[in-house]
Design a binder for this molecule. Sequence first.
Ligand code: PEP
Length: 248
Amino acid sequence: SSLRKFFVIGNWKMNVNKTRIDNIVKFMTAASLDPNTEAVVGCPSCYLSYARHHLPSEIGVAAQNCYKVPSGNFSGEISPAMIQDCGCEWVILGHPERRTIFNEPDELISEKVAHAQQAGMKVVACVCERKEDRDSNRTEEVLFRQMETLAASISDWSRVVVAFEALWASGTGILATPAQVQEVLAKLRYWLRHNVSQEVANATRIIYAGSVSSGNCQELAKLKDLDGFLVGSAALKPDIVDIINSRS
Ligand code: PEP
């Protein structure tokens, strides 16, 4: 829908250093990026200023996590205020690696989202489906529970992008079919319509994550309820340019 600007975020995870960032900046700057796509990179906290300083201003920079309060004795954490101080306005919250490897529960993610929103940040909020959820036909139940916890903490939906992570199709070599992706995205939009409002359901970008590549992005980009991608491994390669331009 023209109401929803196409949104692509390339998450670098813990896979960059200054040399690699320089290289990514080079190919992202050299390419012509579709102006109808909002492009963002997910950057490790120690390089937020560096990435912000080197990327063109049209490309947003996101932190990959943050804590739930502005400051205090929380060694190792960073706050939305600090991310903003580095010149960045986005944060990814609830990424499956945070949920699974670092055991972040829905409630903590929800508190982080609430604080990030209060601080005026834009949030990419992830909801995830594991292989065992799909295998046991609990997709809807699991995703709707995550949406419910998340929605309780959202004050400004215009500054939220919802990312659906098909964990069973991330780094596994198993690809989600376009029909499977559309089915889940439609369910999430239905949830927004019935639990938030028709306007929010119409205006909120819902993006897909899970082994998105230059090879599958164009077909997925045609899906009715798909408004973009959260990209992992392909974000480190020139493939991200094709993904940003997948609707061109
Ligand atoms: C991810 O883990 O968020 C992700 C989408 O990774 P990949 O694109 O490599 O599957």
